[in-house]
Design a protein around this ligand. Structure first.
Ligand code: FAD
Length: 286
């Protein structure tokens, strides 16, 4: 399949890209790595008349750590995330998750901004961003605003981003403690049947859990941050019985659907197994 016809624009700064979006309206879409948008255009599920390519905007490509906060430009590729030494030290879960995305060819082109802005429940970064309690920076004709990742996703392919806004950056606190991104997929390069991101930190006495955060991928039409499970591990510590209760709390909020990755009961079974494994692995790494 080939895409429909479109005009191609290559602005070299964010304001020029926003001006194009404002001028062209509903007929235009921004394109980043193109690894979600181009397949959709080939299937004619998306037929924009104008593509506004963000690749010449060098200001959107960076990874910085300032005062305990990690800042990542939207056009940073998954390959760049994997190979950034400082990022590996302050947020190793980013590399663990990125390596689970597609294959090397996809990771060379696919960007963190495209992955989170897309709104596809199968994408791995949105759940991770909710686990990290990340903030998305959006810039539009009316200026800049910030939206927490935990409030960004409304339904499959519907987000809090206005059509005239560009997601320019993501920020999140550095991670200390244990982490894990566990993903069950049918084969290498596939989207998740179920995946879970977990961060855990031990208290000063070495046994209590002073911080916990759990989020899940592809188990509803949006990523799911499970506040109850996270709180439960903080209140009770991480033991066999609290893990069981935390997994049950996670299972109570997922809403998987039947599809070519399996029936609902199978997905719930996989989700419970994956979430338990992610909690245990994260705790073993604290
Ligand atoms: P694009 O495809 O360019 O854009 C995606 C959407 O986001 C478009 O609607 C576009 O308009 C919008 N957009 C892009 N950037 C911005 C921005 N800065 N601001 C506002 N809107 C923006 N992903 C996974 O997470 N896990 C996987 O396992 C996985 N497997 C894959 C396997 C295959 C075979 C393929 C082709 C893709 C796979 N992907 C997977 C998707 C891949 O990671 C995509 O690259 C990613 O989802 C989208 O990033 P992109 O930069 O390619 O965005």
């Amino acid at each position: 399949m080939i895409t429909g016809k479109f005009d191609y624009h290559q602005p070299d700064n964010v304001q020029a890209a926003i001006a194009l979006l404002s001028e062209l309206g509903d007929d235009a879409r921004v394109i980043a790595g193109g690894h979600s948008l181009i397949p959709m255009m080939k299937l004619r599920l998306a037929m924009p008349e104008h593509l506004i390519d963000l690749r010449l905007i060098s200001d959107l490509k960076y990874i910085r750590v300032d005062n305990g906060i990690v800042h990542v430009g939207a056009m940073t590729t998954q390959h760049e995330l994997i190979n950034h030494e400082e990022l590996l030290k302050v947020a190793p879960i980013i590399k663990e998750t990125s390596l689970q995305i597609g294959d090397p060819q996809i990771r060379y082109q696919g960007t963190i901004g495209g992955n989170v802005a897309n709104g596809d429940p199968g994408n791995d970064m949105p759940g991770l961003m909710q686990c990290l309690d990340a903030t998305f920076i959006l810039v539009g004709p009316d200026g800049e605003r910030e939206v927490p990742a935990r409030e960004f996703y409304e339904a499959a392919y519907f987000t809090a981003r206005d059509d005239l806004e560009i997601l320019t950056a993501i920020s999140f606190p550095v991670c200390s403690g244990g982490y894990a991104y566990e993903k069950q997929k049918r084969k290498i390069g596939d989207y998740a049947t179920a995946a879970a991101a977990v961060l855990l930190r031990k208290g000063a006495d070495g046994s209590a859990c002073e911080f916990a955060s759990i989020a899940m991928t592809n188990l509803a039409d949006t990523p799911i941050y499970c506040e109850e499970a996270s709180q439960l591990l903080q209140d009770q510590g991480v033991t066999d019985s609290s893990i069981k209760e935390a997994v049950a709390a996670c299972m109570a909020v997922i809403e998987p659907v039947d599809d070519n990755r399996g029936p609902v009961e199978f997905k719930k079974h996989v989700a419970a197994h994956i979430t338990k494994r992610a909690i245990e692995l994260a705790w073993s790494r604290t």
